[in-house]
Ligand binder design. Structure first.
Ligand code: ADP
Ligand code: ASP
Ligand code: MG
Length: 412
């Protein structure tokens, strides 16, 4: 079997963690499998690199920022490869460029455009274990570009697809994807399987265990993902197109995003083109809008509210204030102390009453819902940030999510 195994930052945080990962790889190789290893930067080192840049320059250029950030992963590749060599395993470190990952020019959030893993194939054929730097690729003109935070997941999934690997395993400090972030909801349990769509919603609603773009890539290229723990032997979670589960619960998991802000425009005209103007201006400045509500018109006036990422607040404030003047509106209100909690599950498709149960769970603990958004398999509520973790736990309880443990077979 050919396995792609990705080890995240916490799995390679120290030299002794790297030594443990090397032993884990040695065990897999001793069973006769081939492995392409993908690694993240050690611990929080990417954050430290960001801090270094920010200490010098307020807005560094994308190219130089990526030239800096890619170094974290390079450090880990060399360290792990030399440790493997010391264990008697032929190994070689590869940058994203050497691994043949070709990207767009969107520095900091580059897309993978093509993959030519010829050098990796050559190494494997020669009995050498490649250790690839995650999170990075190279543009057509040879500049390093990074794939967005958490992007080593994408590297692993893309390489698994390009190499037609038998398994793509994403190792982290948790035993797979849980019914909620186990750091926030301690009685959350690991799920044995999830669909790509559920995982996409979970990841985009704040569950950082897998990068959203990586899950989208896996869905587009039909790469089955196994999310597992580096240091414990539990079977983990399998993410695939249509997992076979005997009884589908209405809600599979819950997620929280604390980095949300609510923006309201009060008293704007109730006439065609108002929303178009506002959201076009925000879109032109690259500000992503999430939930939107518009009040029922009163006196030919409307209130429009929407959510954005909290880091976009300073830019959004001045743009929205300019729109208010253009539209002769009454006021702008911004609340950056809100959070979004979401219940996700493909079992809610066509099942009435799921939203009501979510709202009741919040009402029973006296949590006010400020905004609501839904998709076919998701119900999201904006609440005060101070209530959000409690609300998340209440929804988790209301759907009995701590009793879902079931196990998939481990083929290793
Ligand atoms: P790595 O550094 O290995 O890439 P991450 O820190 O990106 O790992 O992802 C693992 C973290 O994701 C866990 O420590 C956990 O706190 C968080 N997390 C959030 N939601 C979930 C969830 N539903 N299931 C598991 N972990 C989650
Ligand atoms: N090191 C990068 C980050 O911290 C990429 C990754 O870990 O996946 O975002
Ligand atoms: Mg990660």
């Amino acid at each position: 079997m050919l396995l792609v195994q990705k080890f995240g930052g916490s799995s390679v945080a120290t030299p002794s963690h790297i030594a443990e990962v090397a032993k884990k790889i040695q065990q897999v190789l001793s069973r006769g499998h081939q492995v392409v290893v993908v690694v993240s930067a050690m611990g929080d080192s990417t954050d430290h690199l960001v801090d270094l840049a920010e200490a010098l320059v307020a807005i560094p250029s994308g190219r130089e920022m990526d030239a800096l950030l890619c170094t974290g992963e390079l450090v880990t590749t060399a360290l792990l490869a030399m440790k493997l060599e010391q264990l008697g395993i032929p190994a070689r470190s590869f940058s994203g460029s050497q691994a043949g990952i070709h990207t767009s020019y969107d520095f900091g959030r580059a897309r993978i455009e093509s993959i030519d893993p010829a050098l990796l194939r050559k190494a494997l054929a020669a009995g050498i274990t490649p250790v690839v730097a995650g999170f990075q690729g190279v543009t057509a003109t040879g500049d390093v570009a990074t794939l967005g935070r958490g992007g080593s997941d994408l590297t692993a999934i893309a390489l698994a697809g390009a190499l037609n690997a038998d398994r793509c395993e994403i190792y982290s400090d948790v035993a797979g994807v849980y019914t909620a972030d186990p750091r926030i909801v301690p009685d959350a349990v690991p799920l044995s399987c999830l669909s790509y769509d559920e995982m996409l919603e979970l990841a985009s609603q704040g569950a950082q265990v897998l990068q959203t773009q990586a899950v989208a890539y896996a869905k587009g290229n039909q790469v089955v993902i196994h999310a597992r723990s580096t240091f414990h032997d539990e079977p983990g979670t399998q993410i695939e197109a249509e997992p076979v589960i005997p009884v589908k619960p209405a809600v599979t998991a819950v997620a929280i995003n604390r980095h949300v802000a609510k923006v309201g425009l009060l008293g704007v005209p109730d006439s065609p083109g108002v929303a178009a103007l506002l959201f076009s201006v925000l879109a032109e400045h690259g500000i992503n809008i999430e939930l939107v509500i518009q009040s029922v018109s009163h006196d030919n006036l409307n209130d429009i509210a929407f959510t954005i990422d909290e880091q976009d607040v300073p830019r959004a404030r001045s743009l929205v204030e300019q729109c208010l003047v253009t539209l002769h509106g009454k006021a702008v209100v911004i609340d950056d102390k809100v959070a979004k909690i979401s219940a996700i599950g493909s079992g809610m498709l066509g099942q009435p009453g799921v939203a009501a149960r979510v709202f009741k769970a919040l009402a029973d603990s006296d949590i006010n819902i400020q905004m609501i958004g839904t998709s076919e398999i998701k119900i999201s509520c904006i609440v005060a940030r101070q209530d959000a973790e409690k609300g998340l736990a209440e929804i988790h309880n209301a759907f009995g999510l701590n009793g879902l443990v079931d196990v998939i077979e481990d083929p290793q």
